[in-house]
Design a protein around this ligand. Structure first.
Ligand code: SAH
Ligand code: SF4
Length: 380
């Protein structure tokens, strides 16, 4: 069978989706920790164990995250014996590139990777005149199961490790550099729910943020969530003040619970309280994502209800005309319907952006991703 990731409509061959709790634990345990899984401090700690002085860690870090070299053999100022030990103990290549596609006149680069245990995931790099943004996957599949989302259809295969996330960013930085560009922004809006893989996501963010390496500033990192309330609070406690995007999709509990099942656990009032706490703590404007679906969440009444819900909040709404998923019944509204919804929200004083998709070809899907990133940018 095949699965179309909502984010780029790139057909990805997958094993049949099934609940695999038994495999989850074993695959997690057997996965080796690679170089990209470690913080610089942890790498420094590892050096004496490998018979090397601590300062080698910074050299390795520089090669890995500044020079972006793909293997230890290229780390010219390391002794050959250390390079061999490192290659055996701390692998760099945890993701094997399977396929790379480009769209939008080469400004969108989509990469499909295979993990060491055979899972497939994808990453999208978007080049803009003033920045280069990578959209990272944090899980293979997702347990939240939103009604309109192709990733949700898969169920959760497993969490990605921090290193598997960092590897996506490093490879995107390589693709950017090959085009004379520098990677500037990271959005965790690919496959998966980052706040259900909280520890590894935070570890990952620490690694890509490190000024000795990729040096991605906190304001250039966005975490998108379906609304895992306790983890929104945990995020607010993190030392890095990241951008938060909340996937709302509906202004009332009945509708939201039918689209985003986690809403039954964390209903809108509870979610909004958490968002307010996040804003109060960080002073950051939160971005609300809203996938517009014809006849589902796009009426004037719902737009007014959404406007009332968000009024007075430090926020921004990003409307994403739905990217329809083949096996799911949802459709995007027509242009007039989208324009009406935007106008109603703006009349209510809610800063709103929208990106019109251009159909179901590869470009359209990338347009959708761009829309998400645009909103993130507008919110930051
Ligand atoms: N799990 C996180 C982040 C990944 S999904 C979350 O839900 O926020 C990133 C965004 O894509 C979310 O806003 C999600 O609701 C949206 N999305 C998923 N499927 C979509 C589709 N078919 N069309 C438009 N947006 C979609
Ligand atoms: Fe898809 Fe995000 Fe919902 Fe998971 S939480 S099913 S990735 S929209």
């Amino acid at each position: 069978m095949s699965h179309e990731c909502y984010s780029c409509v790139m057909t990805i061959p997958l094993a049949a989706p099934a609940a695999r709790p038994a495999r989850l634990a074993s695959s997690r345990a057997s996965r080796p920790r690679g170089l990209y899984d470690l913080s610089l401090a942890e790498l420094e700690t590892r050096m004496p164990e490998l018979g090397a002085p601590t300062y080698r860690a910074r050299q390795i870090w520089g090669w890995a995250y500044r020079q972006l070299v793909p293997d230890y053999a290229a780390m010219a100022n390391l002794p050959a014996a250390l390079r061999d030990t490192l290659a055996a103990d701390l692998p760099i290549s945890v993701l094997e590139p399977v396929r790379t596609l480009t769209a939008d006149d080469g400004e969108t680069i989509k990469a499909l990777y295979r993990t060491r245990d055979g899972q497939l995931l994808e990453t999208v790099l978007m080049l803009y005149p003033d920045r280069a943004t990578v959209c990272v996957s944090c899980q293979v599949g997702c347990a939240v199961g939103c009604a309109f989302c192709a990733t949700g259809l898969m169920g959760l295969a497993r969490n990605l490790s921090a290193g598997e996330m960092a590897a996506q960013v490093v490879d995107a930085a390589r693709h950017a550099r090959a085009r004379g560009r520098q990677l500037t922004n990271v959005v965790i809006m690919g496959m998966g729910e980052p706040l259900q893989n909280f520890a590894e996501t935070m570890r990952f963010i620490g690694i890509i943020h490190d000024p000795a390496g990729l040096d991605i500033g906190a304001r250039r990192i966005t975490v998108s969530t379906s609304g895992i309330v306790p983890k929104i609070d945990a995020l607010a406690e993190e030392p890095l003040q990241l951008n938060l995007a909340v996937s709302l999709h509906a202004p009332n509990d009945d509708l939201r619970s039918s689209l985003v099942p986690i809403n039954r656990r964390y209903p809108i009032a509870v979610l909004m309280d958490a968002v307010d706490r996040y804003t109060a703590k960080t002073g950051r404007r939160v971005s609300f994502e809203y996938a517009l679906m014809r006849g589902i969440n796009d009426s004037d009444a719902i737009a007014r209800e959404l406007g009332a819900l968000l009024q007075g909040r430090l926020c921004h709404v990003n409307l994403i005309p739905l990217n329809p998923v083949e096996v799911l019944p949802y459709e995007r509204p027509d242009a007039a319907g989208i324009a009406r919804f935007v106008a109603t929200l703006r009349e209510a004083g809610i800063p709103t952006t929208v990106r019109y998709s251009r159909g179901l070809d590869i470009d359209a899907a990338c347009g959708q991703l761009r829309a998400k990133e645009e909103a993130v940018r507008a919110a930051s």
